[in-house]
Design a binder for this molecule. Structure first.
Ligand SMILES: NC(=O)c1ccc[n+]([C@@H]2O[C@H](COP(=O)([O-])OP(=O)(O)OC[C@H]3O[C@@H](n4cnc5c(N)ncnc54)[C@H](OP(=O)(O)O)[C@@H]3O)[C@@H](O)[C@H]2O)c1
Length: 292
């Protein structure tokens, strides 16, 4: 809790200034030798992204940067921020817009020295009234393909490109090592596995997640070759009760439909145990490796 005199002073300032002062206060308060862990959740307005923010904030000594397309409309994130004691920053980022990604990276690098974790969560499977996953070749079109590739495949690699310099700094600032590297965790999906594809359909979504996996694997190889302790993992959360899966849940057995809390708890466990040796892996919610 902030001291009363500081709280009174902060109540008389604007929301943005108040947040900046709180951030500085908490950075100065962390004990010597105890470096704060810093995570950035990309695509945090709702669904799994919002739950990642919540569970990360429950950890001691953890700061979180939550990015979303429209911070002013992200009421749940704003509520979390007001109860976060200055440990949550909200930054605008649209992963389909390179300028917006670069602006977000520049903003974060002014307020933070490093990053320990980058979670690329934003993704689409359908857009209500505009796009649904293809059940037949006759329904495939360029617009759907581009839409899925833009957000699901290009988003994570373009965001990783801009934030990689901050992840690289974790080696000096928070002691990232081979056994406990900085981590880029990209939300993939089992349906992106080509060797596991026995049902077909969902052309654009499947292919965009396969492409995301290939781009992630390239990053994993490059970081290892450069001897940078940044691991890249692709994660399948299982089928989770969110807006994304909602129209497709009727054939999912209740025990196979995870709550957001359970899914995120499981994935954070996997991220926590990630080493450089595991970098480049495609991993399911239960820790099993998924073939590409
Ligand atoms: N739910 C599942 O069963 C399941 C299964 C396998 C994999 N996944 C993967 O898990 C990830 C999260 O899915 P979810 O279920 O949490 O989905 P969700 O509830 O539909 O949330 C999707 C998130 O992506 C954001 N987003 C969409 N387009 C964006 C853009 N251009 N720039 C930035 N953010 C954007 C949305 O922001 P707005 O609020 O601004 O729209 C929202 O925060 C996805 O990558 C998905 O493919 C989910």
């Amino acid at each position: 809790m902030l001291p009363t005199c500081l709280r009174i002073h902060l109540s008389q300032t604007s929301r943005h200034l108040r947040h900046a002062l709180q951030c500085r206060y908490y950075a100065e308060q962390s004990s010597p030798g105890e470096t704060q862990r810093i995570a950035l959740v990309q695509g945090a307005s709702r669904g799994l992204g919002l739950e990642f923010v919540k569970q990360l904030l429950d950890k001691p000594n953890q700061r979180v940067i939550a990015t979303c397309r429209n911070p002013d409309g992200a009421a749940d994130l704003q509520n979390m921020q007001s109860g976060s004691d200055g440990r949550l920053d909200i930054v605008q980022l649209d992963c389909t817009d390179e300028k917006s990604i670069a602006n977000a990276a520049s903003q974060v690098s002014h307020s933070h020295q490093h990053l320990d974790l980058l979670l690329n969560v934003a993704g689409i499977l359908h857009v209500p009234g505009k796009m649904s996953p293809e059940t037949a070749l006759s329904r495939v079109n360029a617009q759907n393909l581009l839409w899925n590739f833009h957000i699901n495949a290009m988003g994570p690699v373009l965001v990783s490109k801009e934030f990689a310099p901050l992840l690289a700094k974790a080696a000096q600032v928070s002691g990232a090592s081979k056994d406990r590297p900085a981590v880029i965790a990209n939300l993939s999906a089992r349906v992106g596995s080509i060797s596991d594809n026995e049902l077909g359909g969902w052309y654009s979504y499947r292919a965009s997640k396969s492409a995301q996996n290939q781009l992630s694997k390239c990053m994993a190889i490059e970081f290892a070759r450069r001897k940078q302790n940044i691991a890249v993992v692709m994660l399948h959360p299982g089928t989770v009760d969110t807006d994304l899966s909602e129209p497709f849940q009727k054939n999912v057995k209740p025990e196979k439909l995870f709550s957001r809390q359970r899914a995120v708890d499981q994935l954070l466990g996997i991220i926590e145990g990630t080493t450089m040796e595991k970098s480049g892996s495609f991993i399911a919610w239960d820790g099993q490796s998924i073939p590409f």
